[in-house]
Design a protein around this ligand. Sequence first.
Ligand code: FPP
Length: 245
Amino acid sequence: MFFQKKTEALSIDTSRLPKHIAIIMDGNGRWAAKRALPRQAGHKAGAEAFERLITDAKEMGIEHITVYAFSTENWKRSQEEISAIMDLMRYYLKNSFQRFLKDNVRMHIIGDISRLDEDIQNQIREVEEKSKAKNGMTVHIALNYGGRDELRRGIQQIAEKAANGLSPLEISEELIEAHLDTAGVPDPELVIRTSGETRISNFLLWQIAYSEFYFTDVLWPDFGKKDLEKAIYYYQNRERRFGGR
Ligand code: FPP
């Protein structure tokens, strides 16, 4: 566990960058409240911060970024707020995501999209189809995502295979990994959560077994390149032992 310290002149080793950074973009509501704006304005500013982050991370040479855009628990929010986040997603699918694709970025959605409106699902399928030809950085957007739900869906598929002859002895960690939404994606070495909260909130439960955690008080809409560099600097100054010595 870590809270940021004031660090000057950070020197990042570009040969030891994390391949995969996962981010819990928290604090949009508080950012808006501080400005006496509606929560939706916080999400709009949050989406803009997301767009800047992708550009910065791509320039730095990060291979995978996963962001928590909408959790399975976020349905408990007001209808007004849910609609605002979904409208933002519609806008980003049609605009920014198309620009990312032109820049050779692969877009991948994780989570159970079947609960989303039909037009959003269609737009996601189109973006993912276009992504097949891209081989640059991959951006994974967690939408109606929950770590437990992802495991439940994966286990359901494995159970179906077991009912059709798969031996329980064949259920290895590799087989479970292959049935997750992130199949084939390297585990995140670094998880960032903004806004001072230090919970994992059902994010990538299986994949974070050996991740380093970076917590910062910065509210998500204010998170910029300097903050990303601080997080990477922190990561590079940790010793990762994977349970060994
Ligand atoms: C958490 O802040 C943020 C969310 C639940 C939504 C995140 C959505 C976006 C950043 C916009 C859409 C993203 C993309 C990829 C286009 P909060 O509302 O919980 O903030 P609070 O804790 O201060 O209330």
